[in-house]
Design a protein around this ligand. Structure first.
Ligand code: ADP
Length: 192
């Protein structure tokens, strides 16, 4: 089973590209953000618990996210590949993720990181707000906070995978299909 971590700041295009990759390669797309937003929409106890945190642009707890991933892994043993979008977002999540995968004799094959400059991120997220209806896209303060949280807590996750020789940066600027082509090259470069 191929496990790809698709990495990058908010607005880098992970969701868009993960959907295209999963369609092309038949991989599952796991977005922790989407799973959490679905819990919020359904007003589950978990959703109610994290609604305010998400609205402020902060990270939810590692325990909560790790629980979501563990349940996913337990229930999808037959997947030929997985694209993790928005996870892991802290070093602790990355470490625990390795422990979980190891239980199944699995590991992360590659972290593909989309590189996009800050000002482009803000522009994209403000545009996305008009169609996504996401509360955390609507307010520039929250957008900037998410980028700050990314720099403070998430960017280091790239070092974790770089130390294992699994970090592949990709230019995230350009047309969607052009970026997709670069990502496909990175995926197909695996195991060569
Ligand atoms: P974006 O990358 O555009 O910020 P996501 O959909 O990936 O959007 O995440 C939205 C929000 O969900 C995050 O700001 C955070 O509050 C929460 N979240 C998603 N994934 C995680 C994670 N792995 N760890 C902690 N919080 C997360």
């Amino acid at each position: 089973m191929m496990n790809i971590v698709l990495f990058g700041p908010p607005g880098a295009g992970k969701g868009t590209q993960a959907a295209k990759l999963s369609e092309k390669y038949g991989f599952n797309h796991i977005s922790t953000g989407e799973i959490i937003r679905d819990e919020i929409r359904r007003e589950t106890p978990l959703g109610v618990q994290v609604k305010e945190i998400i609205a402020k642009g902060q990270l939810v707890s590692d325990e909560l996210v790790l629980g979501i991933i563990e349940e996913y892994l337990n229930n999808h043993r037959d997947s030929i590949g997985n694209i993790f979008d928005g996870f892991p977002r802290t070093t602790r999540q990355a470490e625990e993720f390795d422990v979980m995968l190891k239980k199944y004799g699995d590991d992360v094959d590659v972290m593909i990181a989309l590189d996009v400059p800050d000002e482009e991120l803000v522009t994209r997220l403000r545009l996305r707000a008009e169609v996504s209806g996401r509360a955390d896209d609507a307010d520039e303060k929250v957008i900037r906070n998410r980028i700050d949280v990314y720099k403070a807590q998430t960017a280091v996750v790239a070092d974790y995978y770089a130390e294992q020789g699994k970090y592949v940066p990709v230019n995230g600027l350009g047309a969607i299909d052009e970026i997709f082509g670069r990502l496909c090259d990175a995926v197909e470069g695996q195991g060569q």
